[in-house]
Design a binder for this molecule. Structure first.
Ligand SMILES: [Zn+2]
Length: 105
């Protein structure tokens, strides 16, 4: 089953733009493992989080670093990033997230 994420009303437009940019850049159609989670108090509960499957460490690091080089999550919180991969919670997927202040660098 393919999800046309561009048509998901609950998804933040900045996140849609990031996903389109990412798939165009890598010429890969990623598998989504999680997106909107109604009871989640984090970004997944607000349509601002999206997980893409990644079982290859080197590729996950490349995706993560590419996104974080291009996008700034929130200028007021420079420790926050748009892509997370490689810690204990993010080994088989890259977590993508946006904020209202997220912008291209
Ligand atoms: Zn996630």
């Amino acid at each position: 089953m393919k999800i046309l994420f561009e048509q998901l009303d609950y998804l933040d437009p900045k996140l849609k733009g990031m996903l389109l940019w990412l798939e165009g850049l890598f010429q890969v159609e990623f598998n989504n493992t999680s997106n909107f989670r109604p009871d989640d108090e984090g970004v997944h509960g607000y349509g601002r989080g999206w997980d893409i499957q990644c079982n290859y460490e080197e590729f996950g690091i490349l995706i993560r670093d590419t996104i974080n080089s291009a996008y700034e999550y929130d200028p007021h919180r420079p420790n926050m990033q748009c892509a997370i991969f490689g810690d204990e919670h993010h080994l088989n997927h890259v977590h993508l997230q946006v904020h209202q202040n997220t912008r291209l660098r």
